[in-house]
Design a protein around this ligand. Sequence first.
Ligand SMILES: Cc1cc2nc3c(=O)[nH]c(=O)nc-3n(C[C@H](O)[C@H](O)[C@H](O)COP(=O)(O)OP(=O)(O)OC[C@H]3O[C@@H](n4cnc5c(N)ncnc54)[C@H](O)[C@@H]3O)c2cc1C
Length: 397
Amino acid sequence: MICPEPSELQELVQQLHRQALPWLPTGSGSRLYWGAPVQPCSGESEPRLISTSRLNRLVEHCAGDFTVTVQAGMPLQTLQQELGAAGQWLAIDWPWGSGPSGEQSGTVGGLLARGLAGGLRQRYMGVRDQLIGLSLLRADGTAAKAGGKVVKNVAGYDLMRLFCGSWGSLGLITELTLRTYPLPRHRRGLLLRGSLSALEQLRRLCLQAPLMPQRLDWWSAALGGNGQPCLLLALASVSSAAIADQLEQHSQAAATLGLEVEALDPDRLLELESHSRQGSSDWLLQLGVKPAQAADLLADPALDGVACCLAAGVGLGVAWAEAGALPAYRVEHLRQRCTSQGGQLSVLHQPPSSSPLHCWEASPASRIIEALKREFDPLQQLGRGRLPGVLQAGVNA
Ligand SMILES: Cc1cc2nc3c(=O)[nH]c(=O)nc-3n(C[C@H](O)[C@H](O)[C@H](O)COP(=O)(O)OP(=O)(O)OC[C@H]3O[C@@H](n4cnc5c(N)ncnc54)[C@H](O)[C@@H]3O)c2cc1C
């Protein structure tokens, strides 16, 4: 992995372009090999990695405007600590695989390049919606900017959101401006356990309640741990009384539906949130279904023994399991089920196999994605062989 100084980066990218050499933009390298493989240079065994680890400065925190500008290689954990000291935060979950305090959560640039979000999107939307501005280096080393530094921007072609979920295939993100939020003053929750049909009724009540959940996550029975699925509810507010009132109403409704209810103080809530992003994971799947279909998906026997956490308001989340607990044919069945209902399933990680599954299905927009790729990276240098939403024969299979 090459870790250039910020002043060396542009010249390095220009040089690689002159030589038409393939390379992969890299943050801290924590989740590089999830997803389809990247082709190395001919004659080399590993792809050439250009890391942003020295591009790690907080450029500007405008606390009054609720925005922060950071270099792309800044660790998410460091950024949250610095914002926390000013009473603010990025309203983004720690990525799957991070420790309880955000250890191993990678860089802010890597987070954006993957474009994934967890249950907090229920209230704050995804990382792409929190992005205000972006600086990047194109494949030929040209520096470019999109968006700005203020929350209200001029209308126009939205270049920066193309980079959310681009997996490093379009350019190297060098700097980002993101929206910040005040740290919630009070936070409590409930863990609700019982039958899927009763939980589904409660899910609808929670989403229609006056105090919108900060998080409402489905947990499969394997994640809940004692044979029954769960809903994890978190509420946040400036008013402790508002939370207490709302929790009381939800607890009464849950009791009427015959659900088991555990009240969660802030520490227990954090403990359960940490539990829902860790585990042994020969398989790591990203799933998406319509929110009203999530309960049916969790009832599918193909998910027996599989830990799964889905944001209940949007139907997106991850599932993970050891190789022995999840044969590949069950993953194929789940993929078919999700796609036939207008959803999707991506295989981020899978056990070694002589016939691995496609990382993702071809997107209906794959021709547009390929055209954009040709425009941004005509020599196919960046992440060669791996383009999100496009199946590449012999590489992605
Ligand atoms: C709730 C949640 C769940 C998540 N779950 C998963 C998951 O299951 N699997 C997963 O893979 N990710 C997941 N992510 C994304 C995860 O946050 C990022 O993959 C991680 O933060 C990357 O950190 P890193 O700096 O080590 O990146 P790396 O591992 O170095 O790179 C990750 C990817 O980002 C690209 N990249 C990194 N930095 C840049 C840059 N500056 N410019 C352009 N491209 C860049 C790389 O090319 C690579 O494709 C999740 C995120 C959230 C919020």
